[in-house]
Design a protein around this ligand. Sequence first.
Ligand SMILES: N[C@@H](CCC(=O)N[C@@H](CS)C(=O)NCC(=O)O)C(=O)O
Length: 247
Amino acid sequence: MSVATKHPEIILHTLGGAFGMRSVSPFCLKLEMLLAHLQLDYDLVVDPDPRKAPKGKMPWAKIDGEVFADSEIITARLDELAGGIVTGNLDPRERAHGLALTRLAEEHLYWIMVASRWLDDEWWPNVVRDFFHIVPRPARALVAGSVRRRMEKTYRLQGLGSHSLEEQRDFARRDLQALQDAVSEKGFLLRSEPTLFDFAVAAIMAGIYDNQPGTWLTEMASEYSALRDFTDRVQQKVGVFGRQLEV
Ligand SMILES: N[C@@H](CCC(=O)N[C@@H](CS)C(=O)NCC(=O)O)C(=O)O
């Protein structure tokens, strides 16, 4: 599918790789999938520090010199450039369905994924190794500890962090089951070809299935084999993978 009449200059700023993932951010991965799907050329810039991003989070993008921060806002601009085809060929019910699943994955399951990495004492050393190796050793534990405490606070404010681990695991099971049940017999969420919403869900799921070593959530998600197949199918279809591919 070729879309744009003129070639916009797109610079996508993403978080770098960690835990066996090419980019540790599912929101960045989703945009890479969308850009590939739309066959739009772009430059990828890896920024290790989200605090320097325009809104303190990754991804952000410069499109023809204009700054857009947040994957959904970037998507809206890409949609304009692509003449409204990102979701324009879907009917309102399909769009409603797709958006609801995206919110489930990005605003709920995402937080459980983050907590399964950052707030599990056993998994935490992987975060220190991959995220804080650039901090000189004497300060590393201090810096890492303070960022972790901020994450803990954010998770509590989000709401999930006030539940016991067993309750969080139950929330995760319900999310995973709902996502698995949402994959239609056509192989994707809505149609026989992937849409934006498949990229959103598959990007989160890739971060859960493929981070190395696995977290408790990876182990739980492995019980949902149809969801795993869906995640692989979407990545295969666009040729964009979350995991670091062997060369
Ligand atoms: N709603 C945002 C979420 C972006 C987001 O949460 N990015 C994370 C990385 S996955 C981030 O930059 N976190 C840094 C921080 O919160 O300090 C989007 O869709 O772009």
